[in-house]
Design a protein around this ligand. Sequence first.
Ligand SMILES: [Zn+2]
Length: 332
Amino acid sequence: MTDCLVDTFQMALRHFDVLNPRFFLPPVCLRVESCDKLRALIERQRSEFILHVAAGTSERIEALWADAVRDEPFTAGIGVPFSVKPEQMAYNSLVWLFLHEFQHIELNHFDLLGDFQISETPNTPAFGIARRADRQLGPMLRLPAEMRAETPRCFELQADHDAADLLLEAYSTEGWEDLRCKITAISGMMMLIERADAKYNEASLTHPKAATRIFQLLGHVTEMPLIRAQLKAKQTGAKAVDPDDIPSADEIQAFGRAVTLPCFFDAVNLARVVEADTIRADLGDPADFFQDIATAKLAASDQLSQLKTSGAREWAKLVLINDRLKPFQAGQ
Ligand SMILES: [Zn+2]
């Protein structure tokens, strides 16, 4: 089990370096802790980082995918069958978790929070370290109180987004099944984190809900065919995207039918597999979920009150705070 964590960690480091050459990642070393729970915590020690991961983390991930592939509705995929190898799903879930940790470093969350550790799961013991002296007064403490409380959850969404962007890579007309595997592997990891969160810290969840994280993820997926055109327009200073850079309407619809929509139902099925009725309820009805994604894309704050699903509503609350954090982060 330790070998699996170490090997996957090395692959994630390589993936991060290759796809993100503009950022020089400081040294990060992995420490596998003997604990059978799902736990991950990243700690800064001067100029390097230590990623503590409980051995139980990979066991829980492997158990999730072993259960999922035995579940007939999951593999039937509501009209679009989903044949997956549990080892590949477990690998993708774990790589995404590691990329998420590296993003906390790249996005400078440690300085902003003024903290020396960021935990992915609640009540994670500090693995024997309790060095309050390392805690500094981060710039975040100067934020208005209502923003301060929500900042850690905004940072989780930031790390989620950039880690997904790295794992899913740029849009292509090929490899849609593999893309579906990666997206659903990320959804599964988000659910495992929520289950750990709900189990140990019911009174105050430390992370956004899994449905909120999946809402952001699938919102990103629906945008994927357009991202290249949007980036080009931004780089050239054009007011609008060039229609020639956008895939045809038929292609975008085919992508929705083959990837985005099946990934929503995969998430719904997975919620049942992990016996998480609350996640299922938070995702909401498919028509409402995709209507909420369309509403969210308009990016008009006056429309956000119309959001129907629970995940979309939490996303909207956090995204408004995140917008206020951006200039602050740019000044770092
Ligand atoms: Zn995190």
